[in-house]
Design a protein around this ligand. Structure first.
Ligand SMILES: [Zn+2]
Ligand SMILES: [Zn+2]
Length: 379
């Protein structure tokens, strides 16, 4: 069942023509493939928005929908279907006419001649260990980005050779075709595939970039990974991506940070958890153990009579927060281990101990049945 077109466009039932048009243009701008290369559903969302717009922008169709819903439209012979369009760019041109996206939003020069295009984004992954994530780290990232070809200064022509009018589009930069659609004939305008919309092509392509005007460059960049970063977070470096075309702005560089797993710890936001084994007799006697932390091993006192599942919290030994807040803690979970094998001599000693134990050795100070049960269940 298609969604409610008012909901799709995010307008109220009483929205007027201008509001509807505005809402659609805003959505179209968000979802256009040139601006939205990351959302895999952008195309289907755009089609949905286009269908909603087709219904609400036509007074008859809108009345029919208001009265009888989608069923009413279908019985009235209206069947929205934008699957016949080759691409969203084509669909876009159908709605906004020649010049497509750029002229629709005033970013270009009215559909004729060069249109500035923003450069694409680049994503690069880096990996840090947990200690580096905790203290922050400057890392070198290597990546490739398209930059203007210096041999031809970006115009794609071998220096000293002319740039001529594109013979395919005769300089308009556009090709028009007539398409049959559910609403009758529509003139579709697409960018010329020969000149890419410039209207002009080099007679002799640049020997370095082969006419593209761009070359691929290898770059390295020092990036500060902030203390407290979590696995999968991205750092955006504005303007460090691919160069824009025809005067358009550069794309961005996204540094995807992977935080390697540290087998000694489980991370929970800023807090860390670790488990240490303590032999049962030592837990009874009390002892000092070495506990792993991000700053190296720390001596930690295990008090006499420590029970299985007891937790010792080392304040501020976790990770710092990104932004405001307090540094996390390191929670040391004490795993009291019962010896699994005993020598003859150990067995004799343990038998002596066992026969000397009575209720008073096992009971916590004034521990009732209920609190004991709670402790066992929680453990
Ligand atoms: Zn052309
Ligand atoms: Zn070149």
């Amino acid at each position: 069942m298609p969604r409610d077109p008012y909901e799709v466009l995010g307008v109220g039932r009483s929205a007027d023509e201008t509001e509807i048009k505005k809402a659609f243009r805003r959505l179209a701008r968000e979802l256009h493939p040139d601006t939205n290369s990351t959302d895999p559903e952008a195309e289907s969302k755009f089609k949905e928005a286009a269908e909603a717009y087709e219904i609400l922008s036509d007074a008859d169709r809108r009345r029919q929908y208001d009265a009888y819903g989608h069923d009413g439209l279908r019985s009235g012979g209206y069947a929205p279907n934008f699957d016949g369009f080759g691409s969203v760019s084509d669909l876009f041109s159908a709605f906004f006419g020649s010049g497509g996206f750029d002229s629709a939003f005033g970013t270009g020069r009215g559909g004729r001649g060069p249109v500035p295009v923003q450069g694409g984004d680049v994503v690069v992954a880096v990996s840090v260990d947990l200690a580096q994530a905790a203290r922050g780290e400057r890392v070198e990232v290597a990546y490739e980005a398209d930059v203007r070809c210096e041999h031809c200064h970006g115009n794609g022509a071998e220096p000293g050779t002319p740039i001529v009018t594109c013979p395919r589009c005769e300089g308009s930069g556009q090709l028009q075709t007539i398409a049959r659609t559910a609403f009758g004939q529509m003139v579709r305008t697409a960018l010329c595939d020969r000149c890419g919309g410039d209207g002009r092509i080099p007679e002799q392509p640049c020997s370095v970039c082969h006419g593209a005007g761009m070359v691929r460059e290898e770059r390295t960049l020092a990036v500060d990974v902030p203390a407290g970063i979590a696995d999968g977070q991205r750092i955006r470096l504005s303007g460090r991506g691919h160069a824009g075309e025809r005067g358009g702005p550069n794309g961005d560089l996204y540094v995807l940070v992977r935080v390697e797993e540290d087998k000694r710890f489980v991370r929970d936001a800023e807090d860390l958890h670790t488990v240490i084994d303590v032999a049962a007799p030592l837990a009874a006697l009390g002892t000092t153990v070495q506990v792993p932390s991000l700053e190296g091993d720390l001596p930690v006192e295990i008090p006499a009579g420590t029970q299985p599942g007891a937790t010792i919290t080392l304040r501020s030994r976790g990770l710092p927060p990104i932004g405001r807040g307090r540094t996390g803690d390191l929670h040391v979970h004490v795993n009291v281990v019962i010896p699994r094998k005993l020598s003859r001599e150990q067995r004799d000693l343990l038998e002596q101990l066992a026969s000397s134990l009575d209720e008073r050795n096992l009971r916590a100070e004034d521990e009732g049945m209920l609190s004991k049960l709670k402790r066992v269940i929680a453990g």
